[in-house]
Write a protein that binds this ligand. Sequence first.
Ligand code: SF4
Length: 223
Amino acid sequence: MNSSLRDEYLEAMGIRQWLLRDKGRPDNDAAASASQSGDDSPWLALQDLVSGCTRCALHATRTQTVFGTGNRSADWLVIGEAPGADEDRQGEPFVGRAGQLLTEMRRAAGLERDAVYITNILKCRPPNNRDPQPDEVASCHDYLERQIELIEPRLILAVGRIAAHNLLQTDTPVGRLRGRVHHYGASGIPLVVTYHPAYLLRSPLEKRKSWDDLQLAMQVINR
Ligand code: SF4
């Protein structure tokens, strides 16, 4: 990526000017939802299973499950932590301020919505946005695993501590997991770790590092 793209990205991470300039830029967001292809039945079966799931206690407090969104044949699979209050209400991952920032990161990096599928480690909201418990993650793991099987992404972007720790089975701090390419599970899918947008909203000085993370991910995809 060239320096003007980087500048654009950094502006997008905190400066309104980028948004003004971006107003007329086509993003194909609207077209993305129409880009699904192939046999829907495994997805529908999985979605049915998840929406009726009572495997862990979180089913009792959720408004609805939050399955995932995006292109089911995407090269990039973005995996976050768990639904928050907005996601629980709307049924989609990464809505609200953190979701807006993730969208801006994606656009500024030149990625169309079509290139990405987004989901979480957990499909139901933990009360009061507490961290997911190990038994909840274990109960929900099969669903994520099946999503990964169906999507066959070329890259997983683990967004934030909870996603990184659970996908890589480690407790190493995110700051030390960033900057190198990991591999996920038996399938060995390349995995890059970056900060959660909610964290970036609280710690804007770290935003620049997320640009480096996306560049690393781009290098993997372009190999
Ligand atoms: S978090 Fe996962 S395992 Fe727990 S009830 Fe929701 S869908 Fe089921």
